[in-house]
Design a protein around this ligand. Sequence first.
Ligand SMILES: [Zn+2]
Length: 218
Amino acid sequence: MTAPRVALTFDNGPTPGVTDAVLDVLAAHHVPATFFAIGHKLATPEGTELGREITRQGHRLGGHTWSHSVQFGVADDDVVVDELSRTRAAVDTAGGDGLLFRPYGAGGVIDDRLMSPFGSATLCSGGYTCVLWNVLPGDWRDQRGWVESALGEIDQHPWSVVVLHDVVDAALPRLDEFLTELQVQHGEPTWSQEFPDECTPIRDGSPSSSFGTLDQSS
Ligand SMILES: [Zn+2]
């Protein structure tokens, strides 16, 4: 069996005391990952320093909205513009890629609340890359069971985009075990910091074949 391709992503940080420990585990396993940071956390002095450390260690750093409190599919247009521009600035300041963006999906659900037509158009005109996911093991709600969920889901995708969280009470306690088990089951996976079209509805400002996932209401 060929090794799966796996893009490991961490959302909702950076979190002092957690993100640094996540980086240590990734370094021990030589796993390159991508972090989608919340703008207001990244813009603090401690957060910006963690963001710089993320990129210094070879990981990608993108944005995951400024407030992580309003879904773009139900937000006013001016709120969308404000969330995007402030997040982009914070990510760029920390040395990341301000045009790499993951929308806020409450509970990880991909539906019409995720993005408005205005939001999609703004991402396109701004040249953004919008990254969704296909493996959501739920580390934030099931600290004990997420590893088995993740391993099972990864088996079903040739190219997995796994969402974990570098926050308190989420992936960190079992992250080392997860990476060890994944390597035992599959040999060394092909670690990816790129994302398949099915999880990238907008790439460098252009709609991909999965663009329709951003507009499921129509
Ligand atoms: Zn999130």
